[in-house]
Design a protein around this ligand. Structure first.
Ligand code: SF4
Length: 206
């Protein structure tokens, strides 16, 4: 079943897949990896494979059973658009989302190219907010362009952990931005100016 979320900007998590593989510098101290290893050691159901990508079809209908309108963060322990999650399985995740308009779903990915590929042929349910992680210029910024290709009602960025100054950042058609540094004993430091410079440019006055 979904566990209570410790992420500040959501209410519940729903993990129809668990596990992942590292793809860019933002993954270095992945919270999901250490948590998955701990849950495996504790014998928690769903984590038998530790952090290896695992589909959990028995969880696909969890939100259908929940009647109270809820904000779900989808796959806090994985990445929906991971290359080992087949498109027909992702379709099942979005079928559940479409069938439960009482809920709002936040889906965050580092596989923005696959997100754009998936939605090139499909429409986004209006209760799905789609976002990409942006930790640096090289890996993070190109994800924003892929996100803009997708016709979601809400497109958001998780600029977390912010690892360097992002330089020019195009926030056109982006509706929500979360910014934060890394936490934990090995956290890489963040500088205040990097955050201050993430702004929507103001239009010149006539
Ligand atoms: S994409 Fe997310 S879940 Fe996957 S390894 Fe990176 S930080 Fe962890």
């Amino acid at each position: 079943m979904a566990t209570n979320s410790r992420i500040e900007w959501t209410e519940q998590t729903w993990n129809p897949t668990v596990g992942c593989t590292k793809i860019s510098p933002g993954c270095k101290h992945c919270y999901a990896e250490s948590m998955a290893m701990r849950l495996q050691a504790m014998g928690t159901r769903g984590y038998e494979n530790g952090f290896q990508l695992t589909l959990l079809p028995n969880r696909l209908e969890e939100p259908i059973r929940r009647k109270i309108p809820t904000v779900y963060f989808v796959n806090s322990m994985s990445d929906v658009f991971h290359e080992d999650v087949p498109f027909d399985y992702i379709e099942k995740i979005f079928d559940t989302i479409a069938k439960t308009p009482q809920h709002t779903y936040q889906i965050l990915t580092k596989r923005a190219d696959r997100l754009a590929e998936f939605f090139a042929q499909r429409s986004v349910p209006s209760n799905a907010w789609l976002g990409v992680s942006v930790e640096d210029q090289k890996y993070g910024l190109p994800r924003i362009d892929y996100l803009r290709m997708v016709d979601a009602k809400i497109r958001f960025l998780s600029i977390e952990p912010l690892l360097e100054h992002l330089g020019e950042i195009n926030l056109a058609e982006i509706h929500w931005v979360i910014v934060g540094g890394e936490s934990g004993p090995k956290a890489r430091p963040m500088q205040k100016e990097w955050v201050d410079d993430i702004r929507v440019p103001t239009s010149p006055r006539n």
